[in-house]
Write a new protein. Structure first.
Length: 152
């Protein structure tokens, strides 16, 4: 069985400049096309063009606030992916029963595998040997529940 969990976005703040640049890049040609198709009618261009601009801005805003990666739980490993970062951790290395929400103090300073985007969503999974794995799924409680169902 394969479970996939989205990572919590780095912040709740929307990326307004990215959404605006998307709207301008697609909206400007739409204004010109509407002006030419509408027989050079400025009122029609302003009304229809503004509606098109608003629509592309909303689409751009939705694209700009996407998640920053995901975790996949397969039969034998935990797969982490965020941008160009990819890692696979065998479940046999992890102490799934000891997985907890939060970041213990000893995990902050030592080396280890950390894929944390928002500390309020952090889940720490101790390894049997070595540093803990710290990840930030969008729904930490569901992630831990699913992990602990895998516990032998």
């Amino acid at each position: 069985m394969h479970h996939r969990f989205e990572l919590a976005p780095a912040s709740r703040r929307a990326d307004w400049p990215k959404a605006l640049s998307f709207a301008i890049a697609t909206g400007a040609p739409a204004y010109v096309a509407i002006y030419l198709i509408g027989d050079h009618n400025l009122a029609l261009t302003a009304i229809v063009g503004s509606i098109c601009f608003l629509g592309t801005f909303i689409v751009g805003l939705a694209m700009a606030t996407g998640t920053s990666g995901h975790l996949a739980l397969t039969a034998d490993s935990l797969l982490l992916q965020s941008g160009h970062l990819q890692a696979a951790v065998p479940l046999a290395e992890l102490d799934l029963a000891a997985a907890r929400i939060g970041i213990p103090q000893e995990s902050l300073s030592g080396p280890g595998l950390r894929l944390d985007t928002r500390t309020s969503h952090a889940v720490t999974i101790p390894r049997r040997h070595g540093p803990a794995v710290v990840v930030t799924p969008l729904d930490p409680a569901e992630f831990i529940r699913t992990l602990q169902l895998r516990h032998p």
